[in-house]
Design a protein around this ligand. Structure first.
Ligand SMILES: Cc1cc2nc3c(=O)[nH]c(=O)nc-3n(C[C@H](O)[C@H](O)[C@H](O)COP(=O)(O)O)c2cc1C
Length: 375
């Protein structure tokens, strides 16, 4: 029998599959059901100090494509394939005081399963940095195994919260340092994919002491406009705001972010997230170098916590390892990292020379016109 257990940032996981911070991990009952179903770990729905109030009406919908047409819509109908989730849900609407006794209860009931607390606070001044530390201390005393700092929620208006932290290299370092000052367990940083070069924010987070980077959160996006009503398919009284795209549509996008990170940092730990619903999807992240992967959209659509998804992930990994004779995930982690190269390193047809856009007779660049001879 293949051994699916793995050590990631010093934590021993029974398997490398985690539920991501989101509705599947929004309560103790969900988390305990998830452990019962076989998930190796969970990242809690992001916990804050202060109460938040979500928008009126649905917080998440699913974008589907007709199987026999090119129609894309969130409307429920038969014969469709899932393309993406779209959400504008804020962090947990329960505060840290609600969470603490529940975190204790979960750890007591499932001591060998891994409980990571996702946390978020403002970051604009020293008092708010102390809020990060207060959240850390409280959750740590409740027995969590690690932290994931949410620098990635795409729908926070505050300039010093969520993905706005993940877009600011100084804040990435400063907040991570503040948390590391009091944390006795590993600290992961979940970065937003919505920046020009995620390597810069990852570098800043590592400089602050991060033990791992998680990527991706959802990508900033809008729902489509219904051609009949001329309203956004998701709106409140006609209005919409930027939300986050997850699910199958973001798998290649998240892989590209992960590949950038993998090329930039060797020997660092990464948790891959985005569009995973079976082992083939997870495998792409492992082959690039991720030590764990996290799942949200696919689990939301499978009895809220993904019992069938985790069954398929562990069965797929077991079959893959047995077929190829791998004893542990260490045997295949990162073995395709080096296959992502600069465009100029991709082979051209034998008879043609590639000039990389630097010379005047390169493809895509017109040759300068002959200068008229002036005598
Ligand atoms: C409804 C919903 C709520 C989410 N809430 C959080 C959150 O509180 N904290 C967080 O870090 N990520 C949150 N996420 C992002 C997910 O953890 C995950 O990064 C993203 O959905 C991509 O994974 P997927 O393609 O498997 O859905 C949320 C996603 C959804 C769909």
């Amino acid at each position: 029998m293949a051994d699916l257990s793995t050590t990631f940032t010093g934590i021993r996981f029974p398997n490398p599959f985690l539920l991501a911070s989101a509705p599947p991990t929004e309560s103790d009952s969900n988390i305990m059901r998830a452990f019962e179903a076989g998930w190796g770990g969970v990242v809690t729905k992001t916990i804050g100090l202060h109460p938040v109030v979500n928008v009126k009406g649905p917080k998440t919908k699913f974008l589907r494509a007709d199987n026999s047409d090119v129609r894309l819509s969130m409307s429920k109908r038969p014969n469709t394939t899932l393309v993406a989730s779209w959400n504008w849900e804020l962090i947990s609407d329960k505060t840290v005081d609600w969470w603490i006794p529940r975190l204790e209860k979960i750890k007591k009931a499932y001591p060998d399963r891994i409980l990571i607390a996702s946390i978020m606070a403002g970051s604009g001044n020293d008092k708010e940095l102390r809020n990060w530390q207060a959240l850390t201390t409280m959750c740590q005393d409740a027995g969590v195994d690690g932290f994931e700092l949410n620098f990635s929620c795409p729908h926070m208006d505050r300039i010093d919260m969520g993905s706005n932290v993940g877009k600011d290299k100084v804040l990435c370092s400063v907040v991570t340092m503040a948390v590391k000052e009091v944390a006795k367990v590993p600290v992961w940083v979940k970065l937003t994919p919505a920046t020009a070069n995620i390597v810069e924010e990852a570098e800043a987070s590592f400089r602050g002491g991060a033990d791992a980077i998680s990527s991706s959160n959802t990508f900033p996006s809008l729902p489509l406009i219904d051609p009949n009503t001329l309203d956004f398919e998701m709106n409140v009284e006609g209005y919409v705001s930027s939300g986050g795209l997850g699910g199958p549509a973001i798998l290649p996008l998240s892989l590209a972010k992960m590949a950038q990170l993998m090329k930039a940092f060797s020997g660092k730990a990464f948790s891959g997230i985005g569009g995973i619903s079976n082992f083939d999807h997870a495998l792409s992240y492992f082959l690039l170098g991720c030590g764990t992967v996290q799942v949200c959209t696919a689990a939301m659509l499978d009895s809220a916590i993904g019992p069938n998804v985790i069954k398929a992930l562990t069965a797929g990994m077991t079959e893959f390892m047995e077929k190829r004779g791998y004893a542990s995930a260490d045997d295949f982690r990162g073995i395709r990292r080096d296959r992502v190269v600069a465009h100029s390193q991709i082979k051209r047809p034998e008879q043609l020379e590639y000039h990389g856009g630097y010379e005047d007779d390169v493809e895509g660049y017109a040759k300068p016109a002959e200068q008229p001879v002036t005598a």
